[in-house]
Design a protein around this ligand. Sequence first.
Ligand SMILES: [Zn+2]
Length: 93
Amino acid sequence: MTRQIPLPDSKPPRLGDFPYDRVEVACNKCGRAGRYAKAGLVARFGADCTFLALRRHFESTCQRSNDIARLNEVCGVMFPDLVRWQLGSKPST
Ligand SMILES: [Zn+2]
């Protein structure tokens, strides 16, 4: 039995739509990985914050994005749970 998680139509995914309690953040460039409470992110950025904007925020705080000599290998932040959501899967926990 698969639980269907409704996706937002054509709108970019926003924090407020996110179905899981925690948002996993991973960067394959700097090795950053962690989980953030969705409630905390909503309190900080607002439920209307898109994952694109959230990604920019994490990229801007990535150690590599401040290294001008390595601009071609700047942060590659991604949200594994966002993919799971779009695939209709369950969170990793
Ligand atoms: Zn990074």
